[in-house]
Ligand binder design. Structure first.
Ligand SMILES: [Zn+2]
Length: 58
């Protein structure tokens, strides 16, 4: 299991929500997003002060 570095948070690569639920096991990491339903091993690791709302507003 991988833990984010201090000052980092994991966010959903699809909707950038921080509401991720870890569902991995010994075979590998896996996350589920409670915001958009995304499920997979790939998540983004961002700085604590990351502003997801500003990123989405393109
Ligand atoms: Zn999501």
């Amino acid at each position: 299991m991988r833990k984010p570095d201090a000052g980092k948070v994991l966010v959903c690569p699809h909707c950038l929500s921080r509401d991720l639920h870890f569902t991995g096991d010994l075979l590998g990491a896996r996350y589920e997003c409670r915001e958009c339903g995304y499920a997979g091993a790939l998540v983004l690791e961002v700085e604590e002060g990351f502003d997801a709302e500003a990123e989405k507003a393109e």
